[in-house]
Ligand binder design. Structure first.
Ligand SMILES: Cc1ncc(COP(=O)(O)O)c(C=O)c1O
Length: 346
């Protein structure tokens, strides 16, 4: 059965063109640097993001953690947002793999400001760890983007304090669509950037880490240390090339669909759509009923998958496998839920 799957853009299927390219990819042993398709992908990733070199990695988590491992020394402290992925969803890897502590910045909107960075950097007092890295996120996991001016101010502030700056850009191409700019403008000013080929860009596996040639050489060695040296990985890189060349250009459709979904949902009396969290392909909403969580099982019976609400708030995500018809169907499901589940409402 084909479900309407609104849980995340991580559920996207590789396109038929990707499957064909994967079947025909020219490959070699990438640990020997013999894989021409991986090399092509790494050069392309570096070029589009305005960096010298790129590294193909298995996942976004691996790319972020390699960046931390490569920028820091054991015992350092890094600064990042309290809800950012590297803190909230990477299994405490920064402590385990890089032996760094994390100084977290917390604001309701999940943004970070220059004054936060100035306040968080440790002095050289003998009792203090050394602050060596600021890690930002764009787009943010809460469905918004960090404005470009603020991002640049944050980077300048961190650099002036002697820090390196990494971007968790899992969805940086979505951020570029939302901010109506070339992705390079959001990525080139960083010392390193990770972005995902999976998620909205539809590759089955893979993320890219980009930075200076020297940084990527050290990250390549760390990737080997983590068991991430891949062999005939060109099979996967072939899909990645299509992600960058083609799939980046259609993200605007996902954003448009998210806008339409939000607007249709706002017509449901019991639904509160969080318009302030709607910059990219995500829609956050609340259902003002007694048991909103019952919608999850109900939607499943109607052929639609959604995640349970977090603190009462649902997040639905548009992507390449979600059409306008699917969106209309989902809104109908919400309306039907209201009609047929009085027990959820009272
Ligand atoms: C903001 C952000 N960073 C990093 C990641 C990690 O990517 P992966 O699931 O490929 O490890 C995700 C995954 O959803 C993410 O949303």
């Amino acid at each position: 059965m084909k479900y309407i799957d609104l849980r995340s853009d991580t559920v996207t299927m590789p396109t038929p063109k990707m499957r064909q390219a994967m079947a025909q990819a020219e490959v070699g042993d990438d640990v020997y640097r013999d894989d021409p398709t991986v090399k092509e992908l790494e050069v392309l990733a570096a070029r589009v993001t305005g960096h010298q070199a790129g590294l193909f990695v298995a996942s976004g988590t691996m790319g972020n953690q390699l960046a931390i491992m490569t920028h820091t020394r054991r015992g350092d402290e890094i600064i990042t947002g309290s809800n950012y992925h590297i803190v909230a969803h990477e299994v405490g890897a920064a402590a385990v793999l890089s032996n760094v502590s994390i100084r977290m910045i917390q604001h309701d909107n999940d943004l970070i400001y220059p004054q936060d960075i100035k306040a968080a950097v440790r002095s050289t007092d003998i009792h203090n760890p050394t602050t060596s890295l600021l890690s930002l996120e764009n787009a943010l996991s809460n469905g918004t983007v960090m404005p470009k001016d603020l991002m640049l101010e944050n980077i300048d502030t961190a650099h002036s304090l002697g820090l390196k700056v990494h971007l968790d850009g899992a969805r940086v191409f979505n951020a570029a669509v939302a901010l109506d700019c070339d992705v390079k403008e959001l990525t080139a000013p960083f010392d390193s950037v990770m972005f995902c080929l999976s998620k909205g860009l539809c590759s089955p596996i893979g993320s890219m880490l980009v930075g200076s040639t020297e940084f990527i050489e050290r990250a390549r060695k760390n990737r080997k240390l983590l068991g991430g040296g891949m062999r005939q990985a060109g099979i996967l890189a072939a899909a990645g090339l299509i992600s960058i060349h083609e799939m980046t250009k259609r993200l605007v459709d996902d954003h448009e669909n998210a806008k339409k979904l939000a607007s249709m949902l706002s017509d449901v009396k019991e639904a509160d759509v969080f318009e302030q969290l709607r910059d990219i392909n995500m829609v956050y909403f609340k259902l003002n009923v007694e048991h909103p969580e019952k919608l999850v099982d109900f939607a499943m019976t109607q052929g639609c998958k959604i995640n349970p609400p977090g603190h009462g708030v649902f997040r639905v995500v548009t992507h390449n496998d979600i059409s306008l018809n699917d969106i209309e169907a989902f809104v109908q499901i919400v309306k039907l839920f209201m009609k047929e589940n009085p027990s959820a409402i009272t």
